[in-house]
Structures are given as C-alpha cells and as structure tokens.
Design a protein around this ligand. Structure first.
Ligand code: B4P
Length: 190
C-alpha cells in the first residue's frame, strides 16, 4: 500500500498515519516529523528550517526533496509507505510523481482528510495547550491555513482532476475517522 495523506493543518494526518502504519504494516513518513528531528538535532538543515516552520511557512522544495530521496532510499519503504505532509504545493507534487516513478512505487491513493476551518483551529489550540509545539501559535496557525489555501489546495484539485483523490470526512472521533479511511482504501489493501 502506497498512500499519500493530504489535509489542512490539524486535519488529523499525523494522528491517523500513526494508526494506519500499524494496521497496514508499512512505514509512516511524515515530512513534519523529519524536519522536527533535524531541528532537534541542530543540523544545518534544521537551523535553516526552524524559523520557517515557526512562522508557519513552507520549507524550501529543494530541502524537502533531498530529505525524501534520502528516506525513500531506505529498504523499509520498498513494501509500501504512508506519506504524510507531502506534497504541499504543485512543484512538490511534480517532484514526488517523478521520484515514485523512478523508484517504481506508484501511489495507490491520495486521501484528503476534510475538516472545516473552525474545527482545525480548535484542534490545534488543543495541541498547543497539551504539547506547546513551536508552530502552534495563533499567528503561525493563521499563516499555515493561508499557505494551505493558496499552495496546497491546488494539489488537491490536481489529484481530483486526475481521478486519484479520495476524500474522507475527518470530523468525528479518532476511531470513526480511522474506520472511514480504512474503508476508503480497502480495494488496494486487499
Ligand atoms: P506538519 O507536521 O505536517 O503539521 P500539521 O499540518 O499541523 O499536521 P499534523 O499531522 O502534525 O497534525 P494533525 O492534523 O495530525 O507540518 C509542520 C510544518 O513543517 C509546516 O507548517 C511546514 O513549515 C513544515 N513542512 C512539513 N512538510 C512540508 C513540506 N512538504 N514542504 C514544506 N514544508 C513542510 O493533528 C493536529 C491536532 O488535532 C492533534 O492535537 C490531534 O490530536 C488532533 N486531532 C487529530 N484528529 C482528531 C480528531 N478526529 N478529533 C479530535 N482531535 C483530533
């Protein structure tokens, strides 16, 4: 199973990918987690990404592609993967298509978790209280939602136009949303 999870910040991508990874027995590749690991390690890449992420903007396409090529070169991805947080703009969608073609791993599903904006804001505010993530401030959240509307929404339209998009209602309990995703991907999973 090669699954790409799409959705606005707070739509539940990371949350559901963590569960799907166990269910599907494939690795969960989160570009946000990869970047946060670089920031925590204090690497040159992490130092470059840190301020950009805190502002809620997108880290450069070149950095992301390099990180992904590196991750996909590891053998654990050969049996499938769940990609969470990428692509976030049309250039990334194009780069990802070429990368997957090159490694002979075409995507089975692009699943978009659909959640209304007021609920996204509420969920991220909840996480800000619980975890204090550096980019969960109100200013950063505003920027992340704007970036989603202007740069990531066209990616969703792109997959829709190419008949590759599956939209899943992301409102409800974690179990309900999980069950909907599993139902949506059943044909490729079986
Ligand atoms: P991400 O780590 O992808 O952050 P995110 O969009 O907020 O999603 P996340 O997966 O963490 O949250 P989730 O919805 O699961 O990106 C962070 C930053 O990294 C970006 O802003 C950017 O700077 C950079 N970056 C990452 N990828 C990039 C790329 N490709 N190109 C350039 N830059 C990139 O969960 C949110 C909260 O909602 C959680 O607290 C969760 O518990 C809660 N929640 C989830 N589902 C719920 C439900 N059903 N009910 C109630 N609460 C729920």
């Amino acid at each position: 199973m090669r699954l790409v999870l799409l959705g606005a910040p707070g739509s539940g991508k990371g949350t559901q990918a963590a569960r799907l990874k166990d269910h599907l027995q494939v690795p969960h590749i989160s570009t946000g987690d990869l970047l946060r690991a670089e920031v925590a390690a204090g690497s040159r890449l992490g130092l470059e990404a840190k301020e950009v992420m805190a502002r809620g903007e997108l880290v450069s396409d070149a950095i992301l592609l390099g990180m992904l090529e590196d991750r996909f070169s590891r053998p654990d991805t050969h049996g499938g993967f769940i990609l969470d947080g990428y692509p976030r703009n049309l250039a990334q969608a194009d780069a990802m298509g070429k990368l997957l073609e090159r490694i002979g791993q075409p995507m089975d599903y692009a699943v978009q978790l659909d959640v209304p904006t007021d609920l996204l804001v509420e969920r991220i505010a909840g996480r800000a209280k619980a975890e204090g993530r550096a980019d969960d401030t109100p200013e950063s959240v505003r920027t992340r939602l704007q970036v989603y509307d202007t740069q990531t929404a066209p990616v969703i339209d792109y997959y829709r136009q190419h008949g590759q998009l599956t939209v899943v209602n992301g409102v409800g309990s974690l179990d309900d949303v999980f069950a909907r995703i599993v139902e949506a991907i059943v044909p490729a999973h079986e």
